[in-house]
Write a protein that binds this ligand. Sequence first.
Ligand code: PA5
Length: 449
Amino acid sequence: SKITFNYSKALGYIGNHEIKALEPTIDIAHKMLHDKTGLGNDFLGWVDLPAFYDKKELEKIKETAEKIQNQSDVLIVVGIGGSYLGARAAIEMLSHSFYNLLPKNKRKTPEIYFAGHNMSARYIKDLLEIIEGKDISLNVISKSGTTTEPAIAFRILKAYMENKYGKEGVKDRIYATTDKEQGALKTMSEEEGYETFVIPDDVGGRYSVLTAVGFLPIAVAGIDIGQVMEGAYEAYKDLNNSTLEKNHCYQYAVVRNILYNKGKTVEVLVNYEPSLYYMGEWWKQLFGESEGKDHKGIFPASVNFSTDLHSMGQYIQDGRRNIFETVLHIESLQEEVLIPQQEKDLDGLNYLTEKTVDDINKGIFEATLLAHDDGGVPNLIINIPEISCYFYGYLVYFFEKACGISGYLLGVNPFDQPGVEAYKNNMFTLLGKRGYEKQREEMLKRLNK
Ligand code: PA5
């Protein structure tokens, strides 16, 4: 079974002839991706990854994950942006809602905490408190090996672990995922004797979840990464087809592009399951970083329903009409939680006792769809048969491909991130990193320092 795309609730805003008009353009964009002839073609390793990934590396990841599961109570995952969000999205989507809080007899795998994705001293201090007295393994992930936030978090946690296990002891507990030959993290790993995993040269950060970047932490959480890859592989086959009618991923790319050109410049990704919260965060990075350049691009936002129907719902229903929604709709029944009958119907809910909580969640989805349609918000629906490892992999590939195609439709390079580099360079300059002295003086002047 497949993930499908339904744009019937956008047909009041666009016509099928407009979609048809883009067929030849889609064909070109498809060829640019597959023949590697478009902008950013050095970073297209993700396109064929599900078919040609390094099977040995995947086995090594599985073995290491098992070792970490046996050796530690806690795994700390250090990384930011593309070196963080995919793994977190998978673990949140596919694990127990209160994973870290489960008692040991209910969770055979380590607690998982993330670090290096902020620069908060309080967060680090609290993390150190929570891991006190527990056995720890750590996976540090950085393609460049020089990103400030994870590098600092790693330095602190490395010192903590060396203090606990000794320099020899940590060799067996620190795992580095980085470039195969370059960068500070690679050099350090060689010096210190850490086991390393490779981020392929031609896969950029935000497209890297289906490599060791995502797979090691995901596997430690007990998630079947073979199944994730299987789902991605099915998507790879299903979506390797430039016939728009048959390719739901390309339909999504085309429809969002048409809406954007009609002034719908904000896309809101909607979920009805809290476990999909980080999927929204991952998606925002993927699309925001790929399309937001040259003063163009859809602004990607996300909401979590029904929670946010009681806050952002007002804006979506009634605010400025420059938005459209893309709903992640889970088709299968979630859990069968019944609504109990009460003798005295004091809260007036007895009329719902034939229904499950999930029925009502799905009812909210349908009711909201119509309300927002009436309010002038085109709604796009991505139908996901169920929440599973397989469909996580399928969805990741679906969005990655839609993003590449969308970027080419927009006329940008979807695979670079000059804006992120601009911040990183300013940061190095301001902190006084060697090699940045010249720019520093000028920057201090601008900051009146
Ligand atoms: O997509 C990007 O380039 C960024 O979000 C990076 O993934 C993020 O800054 C982390 O970079 P690195 O893996 O080099 O530490």
